[in-house]
Design a protein around this ligand. Structure first.
Ligand SMILES: CC(C)(COP(=O)(O)OP(=O)(O)OC[C@H]1O[C@@H](n2cnc3c(N)ncnc32)[C@H](O)[C@@H]1OP(=O)(O)O)[C@@H](O)C(=O)NCCC(=O)NCCS
Length: 184
């Protein structure tokens, strides 16, 4: 049984507003997704043009809570998006989702992603009834491993070989998991 809200919720935390993306976010979307160095550990290759970023943004605008949902992270003390979070690959029967995260380099090292992800974990666990949250992370992606551990995820397995195909190259990942009640 899913307990989906009718509309995609916005989460307000101490320093952040975590809200659905809008068509006007294309500029920041391109800054986020087009930064080849920053996205080198993601499962999706960097976007090369603003048009490609616009296409990605279009996919983020629809709210399909049984499958995935994407949020833009804004600081409350200044205008502008500083990152994104999502859940995807939702398995209704197994009460399981995967999560993903990405912050602008200028917004890293300040705890914003921990704050945003805590709100998302509360939502998927308390509102959607999710029991298991998973994250696929490349071994070399140290900041993501640290973030996952800070949130309460544990290393469950890996390397999961050739998990992602990125620009024609296969990448292996480590599997991190969190069971409802383990979030910190
Ligand atoms: C993964 C990623 C989001 C982590 O960003 P981050 O800034 O390290 O994570 P947080 O926002 O939670 O900040 C934590 C850092 O802020 C520091 N910090 C400062 N003020 C803080 C506060 N008030 N609260 C918590 N942490 C704070 C922490 O000490 C920590 O720094 P440290 O790692 O040097 O100890 C970022 O590296 C990123 O976007 N990477 C590229 C995308 C990517 O690889 N995505 C994942 C694919 S699987």
């Amino acid at each position: 049984m899913s307990r989906n809200p009718k509309r995609q919720p916005t989460f307000t935390t101490e320093r952040l507003k975590v809200r659905p993306f809008r068509t006007s976010d294309v500029g920041v979307m391109h800054a986020l997704y087009g930064d080849a160095h920053n996205v080198r550990f993601r499962s999706i290759a960097p976007t090369r043009t603003r048009e490609e970023s616009r296409r990605q943004l279009r996919e983020h605008l629809g709210y399909r809570p049984n499958r995935f949902a994407v949020w833009a992270i804004e600081r409350r003390d200044q205008r502008g998006v500083v990152g994104m979070i999502n859940y995807h690959r939702r398995e209704l029967r197994q009460k399981r989702v995967d999560v993903g995260w990405l912050a602008l380099p200028t917004a890293q090292g300040q705890g914003y992603m921990t704050e945003a992800m805590r709100a998302l974990l509360r939502h998927v666990i308390d509102d959607l009834g999710v029991h298991k949250v998973e994250a696929q992370i490349m071994k070399a992606n140290k900041p993501s491993v640290a973030l996952a551990r800070r949130l309460g995820f544990r290393l469950e397995g890996g390397p999961i070989r050739d998990r992602w195909l990125i620009d024609g190259e296969w990448r292996s990942t480590m599997l991190y998991g969190l069971i409802a009640g383990e979030e910190r």
